[in-house]
Design a protein around this ligand. Structure first.
Ligand SMILES: CC(C)(COP(=O)(O)OP(=O)(O)OC[C@H]1O[C@@H](n2cnc3c(N)ncnc32)[C@H](O)[C@@H]1OP(=O)(O)O)[C@@H](O)C(=O)NCCC(=O)NCCS
Length: 165
């Protein structure tokens, strides 16, 4: 495994991780069989791609902040904090969403990344955060459980958990 130069941190999106971001996301998309069309434009104008993601932006109809989990030039994953919940997000989506790209999975990064994300949520003034996950997503369930998630009733298709910040 690659030795990281420092412990990964949740930081604003940065051009410093261009190569590992694009490579990691491409590997991840191919592995999951998900959409790859966005990678071409992102690689052609990475500065613009990053600029569009820095700071508080309106997404999912709420103010949201995107963080990238980074260690030096290495990009490991993304975590988004939605500062508020809509009725839809209350059922599915929650305050925090995340993924760790395939090359860095199964090394405890998501568990630690969510812990760091909860600290950021606290800094944003949230006292507890809602997380949702598909019932079959055992890895994510474990990540949420390791961070103290307490299961609430299921209102839609996803399981729902609260974590105190
Ligand atoms: C879910 C996800 C974030 C986990 O990332 P990760 O960095 O591999 O997670 P961790 O290394 O912290 O592992 C957490 C736990 O899940 C287990 N796990 C991770 N991947 C696994 C897999 N493919 N199969 C079985 N168990 C797995 C780990 O062994 C660990 O278990 P433990 O706490 O009992 O030791 C990652 O698989 C991912 O990005 N998936 C796609 C997006 C997604 O599902 N996001 C969450 C939406 S709710």
């Amino acid at each position: 495994m690659i030795t990281l130069p420092e412990a990964p941190r949740l930081l604003p999106p940065s051009t410093a991780v261009k190569v590992s971001y694009l490579t990691g996301e491409q590997v991840d998309c191919v592995a999951r069989g998900s959409e790859t069309d966005w990678l071409g434009p992102a690689s052609e104008d990475f500065d613009g791609f990053v600029a569009a993601r820095v700071g508080v932006k309106e997404r999912w109809n709420v103010p949201s902040t995107v963080f990238w989990y980074q260690a030096g030039e290495h990009y490991l994953g993304t975590l988004v904090i939605r500062h508020e919940l809509t009725d839809e997000l209350f059922v599915e989506g929650g305050h925090i969403g995340y993924h760790v790209v395939a090359p860095w999975q199964r090394q405890g990064h998501a568990t630690r990344m969510l812990g760091a994300g909860i600290a950021h949520a606290r800094d944003l003034g949230l006292s507890r955060v809602l997380l949702t996950c598909a019932p079959e997503n055992e890895p994510s369930r474990r990540v949420i459980a390791a961070n103290g998630g307490k299961q609430d009733e299921t209102l839609g298709d996803a399981l729902r958990f609260w974590i105190d910040c």
